[in-house]
Design a protein around this ligand. Structure first.
Ligand SMILES: Cc1cc2nc3c(=O)[nH]c(=O)nc-3n(C[C@H](O)[C@H](O)[C@H](O)COP(=O)(O)OP(=O)(O)OC[C@H]3O[C@@H](n4cnc5c(N)ncnc54)[C@H](O)[C@@H]3O)c2cc1C
Length: 322
């Protein structure tokens, strides 16, 4: 068993930024990561200040290099379980797939999300390249070109919202609902934004001369510069639930660890950083949130230390009656 102050699970932008802030605060930290950052399939990270053209892998590698001066250990492994030892003050024992065991006074969960893609052949093959999700991440690079938005069957409202968003980047946007009907209100809003609607089924998606071809039932093929899709997001790890943390029941954060803005979960000593707590965060937002979480973790550890020191002190004797 190796000991540290803070066990960080997940070493993408949130986990590494939390480690940087805690390392600089002279905390002993371990970051355990199994190498599946959400944006891994993408060619570049966009919309990240100070990084005009960096790949996801290079961004994380430069983050790891920055941790060298500090008391931060990086472990390439998967955390399988975390056990809480509570003998007055809790300690958290993380066990990895390869059998390493780390004990810390706090845990930061920075385990992120995965994307469930629309069930259309070719979407998964193009993911991160010609098929993307977020206009704020990839819209600028394909601005003013023909763009397609594919909804997720059964979630027409999300496809509408995404197509309306995308209309800011191009005047040539078509929304494929893949068989879902739209109500009159949505059609009017899309028309007002200049978005065309196609409610036919999409047979498949292929690489095309302009970027991506959408092939519909009957063989009709149309080329676009990029295909934006709606995804269902899932937490990559169930550690928060297994630690007993309350989870968000519904809405945009459904499944995320319930956490306050500092990342404090319902279980003392367990913190959630980045998209583990706030799924909508872009990469720089996840890093920024993790930095806030790390400062709060550090402050909580100091409070614990001071409380323990004061308990250990001999109390001054009460004044004796004269
Ligand atoms: C295709 C795509 C492209 C994107 N492009 C951009 C972009 O250009 N700009 C932008 O700002 N945002 C972009 N995003 C969003 C961006 O990926 C996220 O905002 C960011 O990755 C969130 O970081 P995170 O640290 O919270 O989680 P993640 O990046 O999801 O990292 C979680 C980490 O935890 C690890 N992990 C999970 N469970 C365990 C476990 N049990 N044990 C050990 N390790 C574990 C995973 O391996 C992973 O490395 C994109 C997303 C996608 C899907």
């Amino acid at each position: 068993m190796r000991e540290c102050d803070v066990v960080i699970v997940g070493g993408s932008v949130a986990g590494l930024q939390a480690a940087l802030t805690l390392g600089r605060a002279r905390r002993r930290v371990v970051v355990i990561d199994d190498g599946r950052p959400r944006n891994g399939p993408a060619h570049h990270v966009h919309n990240f200040l100070g990084q005009p053209s960096v790949t996801p892998a290079d961004l994380l590698e430069s983050g790891r290099r920055m941790l060298a001066p500090y008391d931060v250990t990086l472990v390439d492994d998967r955390v399988e379980n975390i056990r809480v030892e509570d003998a007055g003050t809790p300690r958290f024992e993380a066990t990895t797939r390869r059998g390493e065991r780390w004990s810390g006074r706090s845990v930061v969960l920075a385990t992120g999300l995965t994307d469930e893609l629309p069930d259309v052949p070719g979407v998964a093959r193009g993911w991160g390249d010609r098929v993307v999700a977020c206009p704020h991440c990839h819209g600028w690079e394909v601005r003013d070109q023909p763009l397609a938005q594919l909804g997720m069957r059964g979630l027409p409202a999300r496809g509408v919202a995404r197509a309306l968003l995308l209309s800011r980047w191009s005047a040539d946007v078509v929304l494929f609902t893949d068989g879902d009907d739209l109500d009159r209100e949505d059609r009017i809003r899309l028309e007002a934004a200049g978005v065309r609607v196609d409610t036919g089924r999409v047979d498949r998606v292929e690489a095309g001369t302009h970027g991506v071809d959408v092939v519909q039932a009957g063989g009709r093929r149309t080329g676009y510069r990029a295909l934006f899709v709606v995804t269902r997001q899932h937490q990559q790890s169930d550690l928060a639930a297994r630690l007993g943390c309350q989870l968000v029941a519904d809405g945009a954060r459904a499944g995320a660890a319930m956490a306050d803005p500092d990342g404090r979960t319902s279980v003392p000593g367990v913190w959630a950083a980045g998209t583990t707590a706030f799924p909508a965060l872009l990469a720089i937002g996840a890093a920024g949130h993790a930095s806030t979480v790390a400062t709060a973790v550090h402050a909580a550890l100091i409070d614990d230390d001071i409380a323990a020191a004061m308990t250990a002190w001999p109390r001054p004797a009460p004044p004796s009656p004269a």
